[in-house]
Design a protein around this ligand. Structure first.
Ligand code: KPL
Length: 306
């Protein structure tokens, strides 16, 4: 049976392990050991308990396992490359990787350097951890899988079929680059503002924030045009991006965004993977990015206090 290693046992990693386990070998890999008995609460409130195999990267070095069919990396964006380095000596370099990160930082870098197929996944499944042995699947959402050079359609279809059998609604797509940048654009408009102001997403609708949000979207829309990322929903320019952002704010009004959760837990944020590629692109193309840079340095200042 093809085994799936899941590197990074956070909320999405553990949800993936719970979902795949009944169908294939799924092994969680983290920096520390986890209890074998793991609890999953479904969106309907049902409680399920499963035994999930988990190892540390150090254990895999001293007791190697057969090389896996897929390695999923489900760490935060800035930890992706270090996580891959921690197992690179114990997997075949032709092993397919699946990168589940937000933003657009690790994906192009690893696509250039890893000899095997590098697939990217973007998901709107909602999940959060309740401790070392529990994860809550808070809401279902679609998952898309593709690769940046469109070279692995067969592999992506097979993986999407397995994931769909396992309860993810997964689709193989040929436009994953567009989708990753689109999610990044929405994250860039919402996450820094709510994280810096300590507010839930819906509060961005108030007068205190709406102007700054529109200023972020204006810079982002111009950058995405240069990156050949089409405006969402067949719309035109800045207004289409603004409409998408307001729609997500509306749909997630009660959410504490992931970046706000990071700030509250005094963890580094994913600003490097979300704002970083936008600022780099703006500088490459000679576009204004003063608002994005301001948000980035305000976040950096906060993180420096942790
Ligand atoms: O994806 C999100 C996040 O929290 O990172 C948004 C869209 C901002 C919803 O909360």
């Amino acid at each position: 049976m093809t085994s799936h290693w899941i590197l990074g046992p956070g909320a999405i990693g553990r949800l993936l392990a719970h979902s795949l386990s009944p169908f294939t070998d799924a092994i969680l890999i983290g920096r520390r050991a986890l209890p074998e008995q793991q609890h999953l609460t479904t969106p309907e409130g049902e409680e399920r308990i499963q035994r999930l195999a988990s190892f540390t990267a150090a254990e895999l070095t001293s007791h190697p396992l057969p090389t896996p069919g897929f390695v999923h990396i489900t760490t935060k964006a800035m930890a992706t490359e270090a996580a891959l380095a921690s197992i690179a000596d114990v997997v075949a370099p032709t092993t397919p990787l699946v990168l589940w990160q937000n933003g657009f930082l690790a994906q192009p870098r690893i696509t250039q350097t890893w000899p095997g197929p590098v697939l990217c996944a973007t998901t709107t499944q909602g999940a959060y951890l309740t401790g070392d042995d529990g994860v809550v699947h808070a809401g279902r959402g679609p998952t898309f899988i593709g690769d940046l050079d469109n070279q692995h359609a067969g592999l992506e279809k097979a993986l999407a079929a397995l994931l769909s059998e396992a309860g993810f609604t997964a689709t193989a797509v040929s436009d994953i680059r567009q989708r990753l940048w689109q999610k990044l654009a929405v994250n860039a408009a919402i996450n820094p503002l709510v994280a810096l102001n300590g507010v839930r997403n819906g509060e961005l609708r108030g007068d205190a924030y709406a102007g700054r949000l529109a200023a972020v979207v204006k810079e982002v829309a111009a950058i995405l045009k240069q990156e050949n990322i089409a405006p969402p929903n067949g719309g035109e320019g800045k207004n289409a991006w603004l409409a998408l952002v307001w729609q997500v704010v509306e749909n997630t009004a009660n959410n504490k965004a992931s970046m706000l959760q990071d700030i509250e837990a005094r963890r580094p944020t994913e600003r490097g993977a979300i704002l970083g590629p936008l600022i780099d692109s703006a500088e490459r193309h000679g576009l204004p990015c003063g608002v994005l840079k301001e948000l980035n340095s305000e976040l950096a200042k906060l993180e420096a206090e942790f």
